[in-house]
Ligand binder design. Structure first.
Ligand code: VTB
Length: 331
């Protein structure tokens, strides 16, 4: 008996993690050209194009399952698009610029985000809202529940963390639809941290040791939910979610994408991202998770987080890029 095949497999895996970070770095540098310029579509377009090109060098046979939209509405990185230079069949989830407004307004926490899993392992989520709840690692399984009241969830979380409810912080997007969630959280005695955008970063923040956020809750994009699930798997947090439908067409699309499944079922972490997943995000603007891009005419410095669920390794990668020797088309 030899152990050679296992060794070969691990080498391939490691290379993919590093290849993936190059994809989010390229998108972040491209988007950063538009930081603070008030043009979110241009910023998003630059990130999409750079990310799409960067995928050409990644040794996978990739299919976009979470992307920029349906084939007829997105020119690149649309759902079903094939990307990669050839290799193992992988599912790809992307948000080339998570927080286009944050980038356009030069506000904290704009990120470029990619997750990768073996084919068939990501939920095929249509672009609808998703109700989400996230807490960090080292807590009893099921300590919070999407279907429980927020008061009950905060009570259980406080007990598990050996804290008083007044010491807990719940993070949510600042939206009218969250008025009740916010009011009930404050009524229960906890603090609320409100975000204008960017709930992938918020979900990760809820999982960071000694972070300012104890729980992320509320509804945001379903595609962002799948990306968050990939990240939460890597950092050993807990997450539950449910797709929310505004009309029959959204429901029909969700059924078509996931035949035989109840589209309104409560989703656990493994319903959204199962198997061995890789996650990479690079900062465009500085936030609690990552520093944003620093650049001048010749150079850019990127900060990224790259994680893998199988090993639980979390890497923070600082990279110094020299534009004069890069093959990137545009920065
Ligand atoms: C959500 C959230 C994202 O945009 O999709 C939000 O998941 C849009 O929500 O992280 P609204 O329709 O309520 O504005 C982000 O905040 C950024 O893309």
């Amino acid at each position: 008996m030899t152990s050679t095949p296992t060794a070969a497999y691990q080498v391939t895996d490691r290379n993919l993690a590093l290849e993936l970070v190059r994809v989010t770095e390229a998108a972040a540098v491209a988007a950063s050209h538009w930081t603070g310029r008030g043009q979110k579509n241009e910023a998003d377009g630059a990130a999409v194009e750079a990310m799409r090109l960067a995928f050409d060098t990644v040794a996978i046979d990739g299919t976009v399952v979470i992307g920029e939209g349906e084939m007829d509405e997105a020119p690149m990185l649309f759902i079903g698009e094939k990307v990669g230079a050839g290799g193992p069949a992988m599912d790809i989830a992307v948000d080339p610029l998570e927080g286009t407004n944050l980038c356009a307004k030069n506000m904290p926490n704009a990120l470029t985000v990619v997750a990768l899993a073996e084919a068939g392992n990501f939920l095929h989520a249509p672009d609808v809202y998703m109700d989400k709840i996230v807490v960090g690692p080292d807590l009893p399984e099921g300590v919070v529940d999407l279907d429980a009241s927020i008061a009950a969830n905060l009570r259980e979380l406080a007990r598990a963390k050996r804290k008083d409810i007044s010491e807990l912080t719940l993070c949510a997007l600042e939206r009218e639809r969250h008025e009740e969630l916010i009011a009930k959280t404050r009524e229960a005695g906890a603090r609320v941290m409100l975000l204008s955008d960017g709930d992938v970063a918020a979900a990760i923040a809820a999982c960071l040791p000694d972070g300012e956020v104890d729980i992320y809750a509320g509804s945001g994009g379903a595609p962002e939910g799948v990306l968050a699930a990939a990240a939460v798997r890597c950092v050993r947090g807990q997450m539950q979610a449910r797709l929310l439908f505004e009309d029959d067409e959204q429901l029909r699309r969700a059924r078509e994408m996931n035949p035989g499944k109840d589209p309104s079922r409560k989703l656990g972490l493994f319903d959204m991202a199962k198997g061995d997943v890789l996650f990479s995000a690079s900062g465009v603007t500085t936030g609690p998770l990552l520093r944003g891009i620093r650049r001048d005419g010749r150079r850019a410095v990127t900060h990224s987080i790259v994680m893998r669920s199988k090993s639980g390794t979390v890497r923070f990668v600082e990279a110094h890029h020299d534009f004069t020797t890069k093959t990137w088309p545009a920065y």
